[in-house]
Design a protein around this ligand. Sequence first.
Ligand SMILES: [Zn+2]
Length: 341
Amino acid sequence: MINRHVSTLLVAYLHNELTEGEKLRVCRHLKSCEQCREEYRELASVHRALKFMPEAAVSTEITRKPPRYWNYTSVAAVATVLVLAVWLWYTPDRPLTVAKLQGSPLLEGKPVVEIGRFEPGQCIQTDGRSAAQIDLEGKGHVNVKPNSEVQLVQAQPNERRLKLMKGMIEAFVSTPPRMFVVETPTATAVDMGCAYTLATESDGATRLHVRLGFVILQSKVMTSIVPEGASCRSEAKIGVGTPIFDDASPDFRDAVQRLDRNNFDELALSQTVAGARKEDALTLWHLVPRIPPYNRTALIQALRRMVPLPEGTTAKEMSSLNPATLRKWRDAILPSAKALN
Ligand SMILES: [Zn+2]
């Protein structure tokens, strides 16, 4: 099976988390497969960029993973890079460029021959056989997959903003946090330095999957922090759902999704608590404010067994959703979330 694509192993390969046998398989495959090689290059460029940003802003170390060490030269150098990046991104009206990847993508209804200017307000459309790539001025790029429609939105200063009307995009972004934003019909994805896919589904829902770094997915009333290796769904009726890790058990996933649809479902809650691994702590943390107060005790107890309550906080504060306590516990579960404070 030497020809099987290695897409799903590439992030672990970058983090040096594969066994020798798996590494060998990835290396051999990359030598012979241009498609996986291109994907590896894209992920590696985001991975490199993450390494040179301040740790709090981008590391995605979670309690379940061995710590990763980010090498960066000095605080001053990082600050210079950030200031420079902000300056480079300052002009919100500047057009981006879009290139044809395959088939005949349309820019404002006209075929993109090779490369086109993508102005704020304009739309890119792909059919079943075409795909395009939006260049983010050397700060990454966005692949517009087949059967998709994407608009460049007039943005705030220091920000690039796309609107995904339908279909799927794949983003590889190495801008400083919060500078790349994608709106969908039911949510807004705020990039914190990462690689992710964002898709709309036939029922109008949005699905986000993060491969590297982390993304904030938000709707009017709800916000989810989605780290690498996790996905999150957003529906018009229920808002932004709870993030779930790819390797969570199917029963746990099902229970959490039922809780998202009905916060009062006590059976779903007990199945969620029973099925949670230590690695699912972030999922449980998201659920605390979403379920009714009288059901929070069991959830908080389960969470405490995974990650101790931070010093100076109490379960009672957590249950009454004290913002500082929620934040401290979140940072203990996902240290990279400190960038949000
Ligand atoms: Zn391949």
